[in-house]
Design a protein around this ligand. Structure first.
Ligand SMILES: *Cc1c(COP(=O)(O)O)cnc(C)c1O
Length: 358
């Protein structure tokens, strides 16, 4: 018996998307970004499925340790670096690479003697203004790392784009130029591009691309679809109808009697709600796929359930599948209805949703 609700993850789609990214960035290695539980697709599942990725990008030390504990031998990089001095020896012990983006990390690296040097990616702030050393600080920081015996040589180099998901925003090229100028003639690998960089800014692909969302078959760009780039959606979020009732014109449904039927109809109740990570703020009309057709959400999403208008002539049955997003209902489209981005929908699923690999 398959559990409900469940996120069905397609291994085939994940492998296809990695191959497609290699095709789109033929000269680059791929650092597959699997932070946030593999964008909700299952951290270890995704890493084991993508065993031919050149490395994996993570946001937390615990995520990297979970991959090592699961037997993943590949290169691992902490994209936000280490947070505490005590983590440094753990990085060395488990062969985990780290970004260095802040002077506090330099100070920590200078305050200890590690059993082996740690591999470091120096992050430059070329315009995102979130993490990274300002261009004016870059050379001095580079020298400080160079003279630090805890730091493996060569030092690798990275930056992150603020607006690569806006294909007509030239700030991406400006960021790239700052990075190229600063790092010219230095040894070490370079990485700039997230999914949007890899898909839309070919000149930024460099030694490594760092795709996250595209690996899962989703476009990083609003109004766009992963499918347009030859990517396949890797997640299908599925639940089932647990009730179908006749509903009279003028009757409302759910908390706050948020919606009132204009005509007689049949209402279906789907076993998924905000307790599973389906957003409570999904507006009236948000699409759900049932028996091959799109039906609208009506009423408020509650913790364990949501209601859909099946129509007066519906022939659906209790137990039929309801797809919240997937191949035939792209998560990008659902996100647009809800006023968010697909990233948030897939990463916010709660542990109550079973993640099932096909
Ligand atoms: C999350 C992250 C990525 C991946 O971003 P996508 O938009 O999902 O491709 C790449 N680089 C860094 C530094 C990140 O934090």
């Amino acid at each position: 018996m398959k559990p409900f609700p469940r996120a069905e993850i397609s291994r085939k789609a994940l492998k296809h998307n990695l191959a497609r990214l290699h095709e789109l960035a033929p000269s680059s290695k791929v650092m597959a970004v699997v932070k946030a539980n593999g964008y909700g697709h299952g951290l270890l599942n995704v890493a084991q499925c993508l065993d031919n990725a050149d490395g994996f990008g993570l946001a937390r030390l615990e995520e990297a340790l979970a991959l090592r504990a699961g037997g993943v031998k590949a290169k691992l990089l902490l994209l936000e670096g280490f947070f505490r001095v005590g983590d440094l020896e753990t990085l060395v012990e488990h062969d985990i690479e780290t970004v260095v983006h802040h002077v506090s990390q330099l100070e920590m690296l200078e305050s200890v003697t590690l059993s082996r040097p740690v591999t470091v990616w120096l992050k430059v702030d070329t315009g995102m203004h979130r993490l990274g050393f300002a261009p004016e600080q870059f050379h001095a920081t580079y020298q400080r790392l160079l003279s630090n015996e805890n730091v493996a040589k060569p030092i690798h180099l990275m930056t992150h784009f603020a607006s690569a998901d806006e294909p007509s925003n030239s700030s991406t090229l400006a960021q790239q130029k700052v990075f190229d100028t600063l790092t010219k003639n230095l040894p070490g690998d370079r990485t700039l591009a997230n999914s949007a960089g890899a898909l839309f800014w070919q000149s930024s692909q460099a030694d490594w691309i760092r795709p996250g969302i595209a690996l899962y078959g989703v476009s990083p760009v609003l109004g766009d679809l992963g499918a347009k780039h030859g990517l396949l959606p890797a997640m299908e979020l599925v639940s089932q109808l647990i009730s179908i009732r006749d509903h009279k014109a003028g009757d409302s449904v759910g908390y706050g009697s948020f919606w009132t039927a204009k005509t007689d109809t049949q209402l279906g109740v789907v076993a998924i709600g905000y307790g599973d990570g389906y957003p409570r703020n999904a507006p009236l009309g948000t699409p759900v796929l049932i028996n091959g057709r799109i039906v609208p959400i009506v009423g408020r999403v509650s913790m364990d359930m949501l209601t859909v208008d099946l129509g007066v002539d519906a022939t659906d049955n209790v137990g039929d599948l309801a797809v919240l997003w997937g191949k035939k209902l792209p998560v990008e489209e659902v996100a647009e209805h809800i006023g968010t981005i697909a990233y948030e929908l897939v990463t916010k699923l709660t542990p109550r949703v079973a993640v099932c690999l096909d």
